[in-house]
Design a protein around this ligand. Structure first.
Ligand code: SF4
Length: 395
């Protein structure tokens, strides 16, 4: 995949798209308030219920109010849904939540965490996955990809027969058109968006101006995430399913949902540096990061992985979480910025966030010692005399 991605990103058309999307993201993050107002108007015109949630708790309660009479609901892979801990929240309320992405469903059958935004179960080998399925679903599965896929698919489809509410994230949201764009390869978002109610949760940073802008973002994300020019599906939802084929009488809920609900989540985004919000979620930054490649998901927080993830964590969850996510692990090498299609200056953002984390009192022991040494001896080195320090004795 790395080779395929490298090839497509050298394509001049993708180069042009990259420049277009940079402009789109710079403009939209500068005008988020205006775009939110426009989205509210457009969603109303399109018969989409719209809510703005200040934080994850608010978003979860809005969702629970809608689904509280259900026994089972289903969702797609979404960093935003992971961010608000929706699955835990609903499970504690007694609902069963089915993951419909193959990798996420495998992870759901274990107690583990996803290791990659687009390949969550990458750390399990084929035999391990087969063993997990055999144990949890009580079905004997051969350790080959087709058997594994068919078994999970049959199980999820059987459960989906009883599901009336589908919950998804979004890849981009067109404020002026009131349209929500979702990218997928498996077809699961198509299934979820045809349930009686479709709930879509997205960070306010996903807002762009028009549907054309939103499609451009989705195409660039696909190119950088998978090395393909386009995904198998780009779903656009602009309202409930409707028909006026009988005497021009408007009826809803033909094949798709009667109710579409959009929830825009702030959760600290309006306080984040704009560059941090340019991210289109392709995950390229983490594959080039030397730290992520050694420590994996321990360099990140709750689905937001790598340097941009730990910096973003500071705004959505606070300094303590950013500290725990590894804000001091970054080498500031900027390999992530070189590979990022938006050229997000991640090392600069990390340095700023480190100052905030430091001011909030979260420091590594080694930093505490350095501060103590400076206070006591005037140098960072124990002993107070640079000449005698073990760090400089060989210099
Ligand atoms: S600057 Fe930090 S986050 Fe970016 S690639 Fe280097 S180590 Fe990773």
């Amino acid at each position: 995949m790395a080779e395929r991605r490298a090839k497509i990103t050298e394509d001049p058309l993708i180069g042009r798209l990259k420049e277009t999307v940079k402009n789109i993201r710079e403009n939209s993050t500068r005008n988020l308030e205006k775009l939110l107002e426009k989205a509210e108007e457009s969603f109303q015109d399109n018969d989409i219920e719209f809510y703005i949630a200040e934080n994850g708790e608010e978003a979860n309660h809005i969702i629970y109010d809608i689904v509280k009479d259900e026994r089972i609901i289903a969702k797609s892979k979404s960093n935003t849904l992971t961010e608000i801990n929706l699955v835990n929240f609903l499970e504690k309320k007694g609902l069963e939540v089915i993951e419909t992405d193959l990798g996420d469903r495998i992870i759901q059958l274990t107690d583990d965490r996803p290791v990659h935004p687009t390949a969550p179960a990458l750390h399990f080998n084929m035999q391990e996955i087969a063993d997990i399925i055999t144990e949890k679903l009580k079905v004997k599965v051969e350790a080959n990809p087709e058997d594994i896929m068919e078994t999970i698919k049959a199980d999820v489809l059987r459960k989906l027969e009883n599901v009336k509410v589908g919950i998804t994230g979004a890849n981009a949201v067109a404020a002026y058109d009131g349209s929500i764009v979702m990218v997928h390869n498996e077809g699961n978002i198509g299934l979820l968006s045809l349930k009686d109610t479709h709930i879509i949760v997205f960070g306010i940073d996903k807002l762009v101006g028009t549907l054309e802008d939103a499609i451009s973002v989705a195409k660039l994300e696909t190119a950088y995430a998978t090395g393909s020019r386009v995904p198998s599906y780009i779903s656009v939802v602009s309202g409930p399913s409707k028909t006026a084929d009988i005497q021009k009488i408007l009826l809803k809920n033909m094949y798709g949902p009667r109710r579409v609900v959009a929830i825009a989540l702030d959760n600290g985004r309006s306080k984040a540096p704009l560059e941090c919000l340019w991210c289109i979620g392709c995950g390229t930054c983490i594959t080039s990061c030397p730290i992520y490649n050694v420590v994996g998901y321990d360099f990140g927080y709750n689905g937001y992985l790598g340097g941009r993830g730990v910096a973003f964590t500071n705004f959505i969850e606070g300094e303590r979480a950013s500290f725990d996510a590894g804000i001091y692990m970054c080498t500031l090498c900027s390999r992530c910025t070189i590979t990022c299609p938006l050229e997000i200056p991640i090392a600069d953002i990390i340095e700023e966030v480190r100052c905030q984390v430091q001011r909030a009192g979260y420091r590594l022991d080694v930093h505490k010692n350095i501060i103590k040494n400076i206070k006591e001896t005037g140098t960072p080195f124990k002993g107070g005399n640079l000449k005698d320090s073990k760090w400089t004795s060989n210099v």
